[in-house]
Design a protein around this ligand. Structure first.
Ligand code: VG1
Ligand code: CO
Length: 542
């Protein structure tokens, strides 16, 4: 066995963001860049020698090369066994499920999620821990610290492995098992949902359309919806491509345009859904109807006991801070706790492990539960289908009925992408400086109830995460929230989150942007967004 120790020098920018390290493909192709980060992971893991690691990616450009490099480095670093997805591909929720099922030590997931792919697109890498969830901050911090001083990495000299066949081979002393991640994932879904009932629904002329956006979920969606549930021809863009067909694999009304066209036509299907690049996000649509992710979480929570996997009830729920408070109202009625965490799935892990929360969600099209430790796009789609099959009502009717019971939280996110980093930081610093003494101030019809920079104290391990977004809440229950993205790769992305609460059912049919206009104007006035970003309009509104 020929292990090579290669000298290297550190890169200063390998700090993982909201979800791992994301950079453009060209940065990852810089000599030693990927290797430095991977070695920093291995160096930060205590006792990983001889252990099992799960490895897979969303299949984007550079996935194949990166997988081969990581396999050789794992062998050189004494890893005992690697479970790698066929073709080096695995959806993020499937990777989480497999880490748990095989009781692996951890996993390395290659994904830049919803960011565009291809030679000019983005690439990403993250480490998941034994629970199957994204590494918590103390682990990502350790990796980053190591990356700043690294001076060598270890790699085995060997030929590339064929990963397209389901085989068990060896690389040096390490065993490499190429596995099909679809089957175990689909079986997990069958254990949670009433597939027979959904099959009956589909048989009785219920039409659905699932857009995989040429990303990782294609094979999973075909197996689950077309084969197991009998919805022939329901999967759109189901062939995974390295550049996602030139698209932006982000399931929202802007980027999932193929699906949106179908679902907002006259003869639209009853149900539509899309997933992102790595399969952890979902967008849910009814016939000519869009469900906001925050409402989706609230509806799933309110109806969870209709689904076999959740029929005994939920221990609690959790949402990220910028996610709307719609789920809080459901939790209150159910008499369970709703936890508010910073943005990013890693903060849900402790709550799920400690059984304090069963369902979790983020406004960014992410929903999940304690079945894995990542958000899970197809899981959310199946959850909806199970509810639809039991209730026998349309998506629109279920959501509108929900609003009648709980009131409606009008909600929108405005993104200003690729703006100047310094100016965006100045905007946030200025806002931060205005918070003291803002409570009690009046702006037009709004009176500030609280204004702070969100800080989270984990109820399980008591770790504290500061500076997680600036929130300004008003006495009528509405809020505006500002934060900078931790997943973008160019300049800075400013996110503005706007929410208002309307209890009156007669006022539940307003267009969202119109309903939120006074708050959007107020956010502009307070933060001077146009001046700082040099943009008249947001890049994306969801
Ligand atoms: C965004 C979303 C956040 C999500 C993260 C990773 O982060 O806002 O809710 O957890 O992406 O999702 P940010 O820092 O850019 O706002 V994924 O599907 O890209 O792994
Ligand atoms: Co994703």
């Amino acid at each position: 066995m020929n292990i090579r120790t290669v000298s290297t020098t550190p890169f200063s920018d390998q700090k993982p963001g909201t979800s791992g390290l994301r950079k453009s493909v060209t940065v990852f192709q810089t000599p030693h860049y990927l290797e430095n980060f991977v070695q920093s992971i291995f160096d930060s893991l205590d006792g990983c020698e001889g252990q099992t690691i799960v490895l897979g990616g969303d299949g984007r450009y550079y996935n194949r090369q990166a997988i081969q490099i990581i396999l050789k480095m794992a062998a050189a670093n004494g890893i005992g066994r690697i479970l790698v997805g066929k073709g080096g591909i695995m959806s993020t929720p499937a990777a989480s499920a497999i880490i748990r099922q095989y009781k692996a030590y951890g996993g390395i997931i290659l994904s830049a999620s919803h960011n565009p792919g291809g030679p000019q697109g983005d690439f990403g890498i993250k480490y998941n821990i034994t629970s199957g969830g994204p590494a918590p901050e103390k682990v990502t911090e350790a990796i980053f610290e190591r990356s700043k001083v690294i001076n060598r990495y270890k790699i085995l000299e060997a030929d590339d492995l064929n990963l397209d066949k389901l085989t068990v081979t060896r690389l040096g002393e390490m065993s490499v098992e190429v596995i099909d991640p679809v089957e175990p994932y689909a079986r997990l879904m069958e254990s949670l949902f009433d597939f027979e009932r959904i099959r009956q629904l589909i048989k009785h002329d219920f039409k659905l359309c699932v857009d995989s956006m040429h990303a990782v979920t294609g094979p999973y969606a075909k197996d689950i919806f077309e084969k197991r549930l009998g919805a022939a021809g329901s999967v759109l863009n189901g062939e995974p491509l390295e550049d996602f067909g030139g698209g932006h694999p982000d399931p929202n009304l802007v980027y999932a345009h193929d699906l949106v066209e179908i679902m907002f036509a006259n003869d639209a299907p009853d149900f539509g859904a899309a997933s992102d690049g790595d399969g952890d996000r979902n967008m849910v649509l009814g016939n000519n109807f869009f469900v906001t992710p925050s409402d989706s979480l609230a509806v799933l929570t309110a109806n969870a006991t209709l689904v076999p996997g959740y029929k005994t009830g939920l221990s609690g729920v959790a949402r990220s801070m910028p996610t709307s408070e719609a789920v809080d109202r459901v939790a209150e009625k159910l008499g369970i706790t709703c936890y508010e965490t910073p943005t990013g799935w890693k903060f849900f892990g402790n709550l799920l492990d400690a059984n304090k929360a069963t369902l979790c969600g983020e406004e960014s099209f992410g929903t999940g539960s304690n079945h894995v430790r990542e958000k899970d796009g197809l899981w959310a789609v199946l959850f909806w289908l199970n509810i639809l099959a039991v209730k026998g009502e349309s998506v629109e009717a279920i959501v509108k009925d929900h609003w009648k019971t709980y009131g409606r939280n009008y909600y929108s996110r405005h993104d200003y992408e690729e703006v100047d980093k310094e100016r965006a930081t100045e905007l946030m610093d200025r806002l931060g400086g205005m918070l003291d003494g803002m409570a009690g101030k009046k702006f037009a019809n709004y009176e500030v109830k609280y204004a702070d920079d969100f800080s989270y104290s984990d109820p399980v391990d008591h770790s504290v995460s500061k500076n997680q977004g600036i929130r300004i809440g008003f006495t009528d229950g509405s809020r505006i929230v500002f934060r900078l993205s931790g997943t973008g790769t160019k300049g800075a992305t400013l996110r503005l989150y706007v929410e208002s609460y309307e209890p009156d059912a007669n006022k539940h049919n307003l267009e969202t942007q119109a309903a939120l206009k006074p708050l959007i104007d107020l956010a502009q006035e307070i933060a001077q967004i146009k001046e700082y970003t040099q943009r008249d309009e947001p890049t994306v509104i969801t």
